[in-house]
Design a protein around this ligand. Structure first.
Ligand SMILES: Nc1ncnc2c1ncn2[C@@H]1O[C@H](COP(=O)(O)OP(=O)(O)OP(=O)(O)O)[C@@H](O)[C@H]1O
Length: 584
C-alpha cells in the first residue's frame, strides 16, 4: 500500500507535526555553537575580532548547550508517543478485522506468528516515521549548514559534499537488498514463534511420543536461521550503511583539511572558519547517517506493513490496516454496542443448495436444502466425515459457503453477522473457555441475573458439577485454573448459549465428550421446552427419537430427510446408521 506511513501520521497530525517541529528545533540548536566557536578561535588566533570577549563567548556556548538539551528532551518525549500511537493504531485495526470478519475460520498464520506480527511488525512500521521526522529536522539543519559554508568558501564546500552525495546514491542502489534481508529475517522470526506456539500446545504429545530430541533439533535449526538472517539484516543496515556514511565524512574531512591548508597559506581562510567547517560538516554527516537509516527503515516498514496486510481476511481492503477510527487511549472506553435483533423472531428457516468444499481436501457439503420450523428439533446425522460440522458452520457463515438462506422468507446476505444472539447461538464440538471464573465464562458480558443463570445451568445439566467444585461458580477454569473435563467444557458452553436465549440453538456433536445418560438428560430438558428451534448433530438414539426431522448426510450430500419412523422404512443409510454405528 502506498502512503501507509503518511496515513498513520494523518491519524494524529498534531502530534506528528509537534514532533517534526521539535526535531527541527533540536537540529537547529546543534548549529548554534558553530559561529560561537569560530569567533572563539579567531579571537585567540587574532585573525578576526568579533567584538565579544572570551567569557561572553563561553557563556553563549553554555547557553546554546542548555537550549539544545531542552529541545532534545522534549522531542524524545514525543518520539515515544508517536511510535506507540502508530503501533497501537495498526494493532487495533488488524485485531478488529480478524476478530470481526473471520468468525471461527482458521487464522491465516499460527498464533505464535500472529503474535510476532502484532508485536514486531507493528513496531517496525511505526518506528521509521519518527526516524524520518528526525531526518527531516536534520535535513533542514544540513541545508542551513550548507548555505552557511557556501557563503564562507564555495569551492571547499562543493568538493567536500561530492563524496556524501555519492554515498547516498550507493545506499539507494542497495534498496532491494535491504528489503530482501529484512523480509527473510522477519519470516525466520515468525517461524520460531510459530514453532514455539506449537510446542507449548502439544507438550503432552511430545512427551508421550519421545519427540523431545527432534523438537530441540528443529528449534535449534530455526533459531540458527533466525540468527543468520537477523545478523545479515542488522549488519547491512547498521554496519554497512552507517560505515558508508561515516567513512564518507572522513574522506570529506580529509579533503577540507587539504584545501583549507592551501587557503590558509594564501591568507583567504581563518582558523575560526576551519573550526566552523569541521563542526558543520559533522552536522551534515549526521543528517546523511540519519537519512540513510531512515531510508533503510522505510524500506523495512514496507515489508512489515505487507506482513500485517497478509493476515487480514481476503475480503478486507488493504488500507483497513491504517483505518482512522478512534483509539480511546485516554479516559473511559465507550460503552460496548449491545447485540441488536436484526430480524423478527424465527418462524421458518429455509436453506437452499448450501455448498462448501474445503479448498485443501475438496471435501465438504454439496447442494444441501432443508427447512426448519419454529419450535422444532432437527438432528443432523451421518458417518464420520460425512459433512455434519461443515453443514452447521456453512449455515452460520463460519465458512464462506454458496447457496441461499432465508429467515422468515428474507434472504440472509451475511450469515456470519446474522447468526449471532439473539437470532442464534452455537456450541461447537470443542468449545473454548477463557481463564476466568465459571460464572464469567457463562455470562461473558451479560448482566448477572441469578434466576436466568440458574435456569441456564439447569438446562445444561451442570448443577451437580458446580456443587462438586469447591468454589462453585467462582472456580477459575482454563489454562490458569481448574481443568474441566471435555463434557463440562461443552456444558459450560451450552449454558453460555442458553443464557443468550436465542431463537435458534445450534449444537455440534455433544456425544464426543458426554456420557449417554448426561446427553439424554440434556436433550430431555431441551425438548420439554419447545420455545426453541434446535439444529443439532447427534448419533444418539434418544436424540433421533425425539427429533421432528432427521437429516442424513453421506459423503457431503443429503441422502434422506424426515422423522425417524419414516426414515427407518425408506432410507437404507438411516437403517444402517441406526443398526450399526449409532450408539443407543
Ligand atoms: N479444514 C479442513 N480442511 C480440509 N478438509 C476438511 C476440513 N474440515 C473438514 N474437512 C473434510 O471435509 C469432510 C467433512 O468434514 P466434517 O468435519 O464436516 O465431517 P463430520 O461429519 O462433521 O465429521 P465428524 O463426525 O468426525 O465430526 C471430511 O472429509 C473432512 O476430512
Amino acid at each position: 500500500m502506498k502512503n501507509g506511513l503518511f496515513k498513520i501520521m494523518m491519524y494524529a497530525p498534531q502530534l506528528y507535526l509537534l514532533n517534526a517541529l521539535l526535531q527541527i528545533f533540536r537540529s537547529i540548536f546543534l548549529l548554534l555553537p558553530g559561529p560561537i566557536i569560530a569567533a572563539f578561535f579567531d579571537s585567540i588566533s587574532h585573525q578576526h575580532q568579533s567584538g565579544w570577549n572570551l567569557w561572553t563567548l563561553g557563556a553563549l556556548l553554555v547557553g546554546a548547550g542548555i537550549a539544545r538539551v531542552l529541545a532534545m528532551l522534549s522531542s524524545v518525549a514525543t518520539d515515544t508517543t508517536c511510535v506507540e500511537t502508530g503501533k497501537t493504531l495498526l494493532r487495533r485495526n488488524v485485531f478488529q478485522q480478524i476478530i470481526m470478519k473471520t468468525g471461527a475460520r482458521t487464522l491465516p498464520a499460527s498464533s505464535g506468528d500472529m503474535l510476532n506480527r502484532f508485536r514486531e511488525d507493528a513496531h517496525q512500521v511505526s518506528e521509521p516515521i519518527v526516524y524520518n521526522l528526525m531526518a527531516f529536522g536534520a535535513g533542514i539543519q544540513a541545508l542551513i549548514a550548507i548555505i552557511t559554508l557556501l557563503s564562507i568558501h564555495p569551492l571547499i564546500t562543493i568538493v567536500a559534499l561530492i563524496p556524501m552525495i555519492g554515498s547516498n546514491i550507493l545506499i539507494e542502489c542497495m534498496t532491494t537488498r535491504i528489503r530482501a534481508y529484512h523480509r527473510e529475517s522477519r519470516q525466520a522470526a515468525g517461524a520460531v514463534s510459530s514453532f514455539l506456539g506449537e510446542v507449548l500446545k502439544n507438550t503432552q504429545a511430545i512427551q508421550l511420543t519421545g519427540a523431545q530430541q527432534y523438537v530441540i533439533a528443529h528449534l535449534r535449526h530455526l533459531n540458527e536461521k533466525r540468527r543468520q538472517t537477523t545478523l545479515k539484516s542488522l549488519f547491512f543496515t547498521n554496519v554497512v550503511l552507517v560505515s558508508v556514511s561515516r567513512n564518507t565524512t572522513n574522506i570529506a574531512f580529509g579533503i577540507i583539511l587539504l584545501l583549507a591548508a592551501q587557503a590558509m597559506q594564501q591568507g583567504s581562510f581563518t582558523v575560526g572558519e576551519l573550526a566552523f567547517f569541521l563542526l558543520y560538516l559533522d552536522q551534515i554527516t549526521a543528517f546523511i547517517a540519519q537519512f540513510s537509516i531512515g531510508l533503510a527503515k522505510r524500506k523495512q516498514a514496507g515489508v512489515s506493513l505487507q506482513r500485517l496486510q497478509t493476515i487480514l481476511p481476503a475480503d478486507v481492503p488493504e488500507n483497513a490496516v491504517v483505518d482512522q477510527s478512534p483509539l480511546h487511549l485516554r479516559g473511559t472506553y465507550p460503552a460496548l454496542p449491545q447485540p441488536q435483533r436484526q430480524a423478527e423472531p424465527l418462524t421458518r428457516l429455509e436453506v437452499r443448495n448450501l455448498t462448501y468444499l474445503h479448498p485443501q481436501s475438496k471435501k465438504g457439503i454439496e447442494d444441501i436444502s432443508f427447512l426448519l420450523l419454529r419450535g422444532t428439533c432437527t438432528v443432523v446425522t451421518g458417518r464420520i466425515g460425512s459433512g455434519k460440522s461443515t453443514l452447521l458452520r456453512s449455515l452460520l457463515g463460519l465458512l464462506p459457503a454458496s447457496g441461499a438462506i432465508y429467515w422468515n422468507g428474507q434472504q440472509i446476505t451475511n450469515p456470519a453477522s446474522f447468526f449471532v444472539p439473539p437470532q442464534s447461538a452455537y456450541t461447537p464440538q470443542v468449545p473454548r473457555l477463557c481463564s476466568e471464573t465459571l460464572r464469567q465464562n457463562m455470562l461473558m458480558g451479560l448482566p448477572d441475573e441469578p434466576e436466568r443463570l440458574h435456569a441456564a445451568i439447569h438446562a445444561a445439566v451442570m448443577e451437580r458439577d458446580i456443587q462438586m467444585l469447591e468454589k462453585g461458580l467462582e472456580t477459575v477454569v482454563g489454562p490458569k485454573g481448574t481443568k474441566l473435563s471435555g463434557g463440562q467444557i461443552q456444558r459450560t458452553a451450552a449454558a453460555r448459549m442458553f443464557l443468550r436465549e436465542p431463537d435458534l440453538l445450534v449444537f455440534d456433536d455433544l456425544s464426543s465428550a458426554l456420557d449417554v445418560e448426561t446427553e439424554r438428560q440434556l436433550w430431555e430438558r431441551l425438548f420439554t421446552n419447545r420455545a426453541h428451534t434446535c439444529l443439532l448433530v447427534s448419533h444418539r438414539h434418544f436424540a433421533l427419537q425425539q427429533a421432528d426431522q432427521i437429516l442424513v448426510l453421506q459423503d457431503g450430500r443429503l441422502v434422506a430427510a424426515g422423522p425417524l419412523e419414516q426414515l427407518l422404512e425408506t432410507s437404507e443409510a438411516m437403517c444402517s446408521l441406526w443398526n450399526g454405528t449409532i450408539e443407543s
